[in-house]
Design a protein around this ligand. Structure first.
Ligand SMILES: NC(=O)c1ccc[n+]([C@@H]2O[C@H](COP(=O)([O-])OP(=O)(O)OC[C@H]3O[C@@H](n4cnc5c(N)ncnc54)[C@H](OP(=O)(O)O)[C@@H]3O)[C@@H](O)[C@H]2O)c1
Length: 269
């Protein structure tokens, strides 16, 4: 049986994706800098930022799902001034180029790349890095698919948790439909094997919610009482920051359901 190679398989989305692929009976190999103690997948030690181990990881692989990223904002769960000026391209651009070249050399049949809804209008440097990664995939001679997803619930939870100490929460007046990683993982696993290719329908969560409502529901779920100060935002600025409502596929898990599950599991971040 040929293998599915997953990059980013130790990350939030990647862990759910690997679970989904393993449950469906696929042979899964995870390219990771640090292998995890999980025996139901093969581990290929590699680093997209340097290229170490990338070619070797392709041996016997027919499908690659690229879910690796280096987002300093997501990693720390908040913004710093530097994030408005630059974002490191080593994984999402250079690493994607290395992965595409190795996949091409190995005769991979399908390269499925994970990206973000609304990148074309987005202005943050991380968004530009993601867009550059997408462009490399589109230019590749490989058979490729790109799936764009809305922001994940875990990221929102991390942002909102950092506001906890404030008596008044300033939040942008904008609406969007964030999504659970398990819903995105299920959709990706389907896209990998459905025989289609190209730009796929984007995926978002089931509800279009204002940021104010998201923050209120978060406070209710976490037993917090804070005033919320909605900050006006032009439509252009909102789109620039990625506050859009996705078209296409909708996941099933709501923000409230996710919040209660994570409180019960203690697996918020
Ligand atoms: N977060 C969101 O809200 C969101 C929304 C839409 C789309 N996406 C996209 O979904 C994908 C997954 O996002 P996520 O939030 O699940 O990411 P994440 O939790 O930050 O995980 C990132 C993954 O990339 C791996 N990685 C980082 N640097 C690497 C390197 N040099 N070599 C190999 N692997 C490396 C990490 O491995 P380590 O364990 O070694 O760090 C980890 O497995 C990305 O393409 C992202 O752009 C994210």
């Amino acid at each position: 049986m040929s293998a599915v190679l997953v990059t980013g398989g130790t990350g939030h989305l990647g862990r759910d994706l690997v679970d989904r692929l393993v449950q469906a009976g696929h042979k899964v190999r995870v390219l990771a800098r640090t292998p995890q103690p999980r025996a139901d997948v093969e581990w290929a030690v590699g680093d997209l930022a340097t290229g170490a181990g990338v070619h070797a990881a392709m041996d016997g692989v027919s499908i690659v799902i690229n879910a690796a990223t280096h987002s300093p904002i997501a990693r720390r769960g908040g913004f710093r001034p530097i994030d408005f000026f630059r974002s490191p391209p080593a994984v999402d651009v250079d690493g994607t180029a290395r992965l595409l070249a190795a996949a091409h050399d190995a005769g991979v049949q399908h390269f499925l790349h994970v990206s973000i809804v609304g990148l074309d209008d987005a202005t943050l440097p991380y968004a530009r890095v993601k867009l550059a990664g997408e462009q490399l995939v589109r230019q590749s001679p490989l058979r490729w698919s790109i799936v764009r997803a809305m922001p994940f619930y875990y990221l929102l939870e991390n942002f909102l948790a950092r506001l906890s100490w404030l008596p008044v929460w300033p939040v942008p007046k904008a609406s969007f439909n964030p999504v659970d990683t398990t819903d995105v993982a299920g959709y990706l696993a389907a896209c990998a094997f459905d025989g289609n290719a190209g730009d796929r329908a984007e995926i978002g969560g089931p509800e279009d919610l204002s940021f104010v409502m998201l923050a209120r529901e978060y406070q209710a779920a976490r037993g917090l009482r804070r005033a919320i100060l909605p900050l006006p935002l032009s439509e252009k600025s909102a789109r620039g920051m990625g506050f859009v409502v996705s078209q296409g596929v909708r996941g099933g898990r709501s923000w409230m359901d996710w919040l209660s599950r994570c409180r019960d599991d203690g697996e918020a971040s």
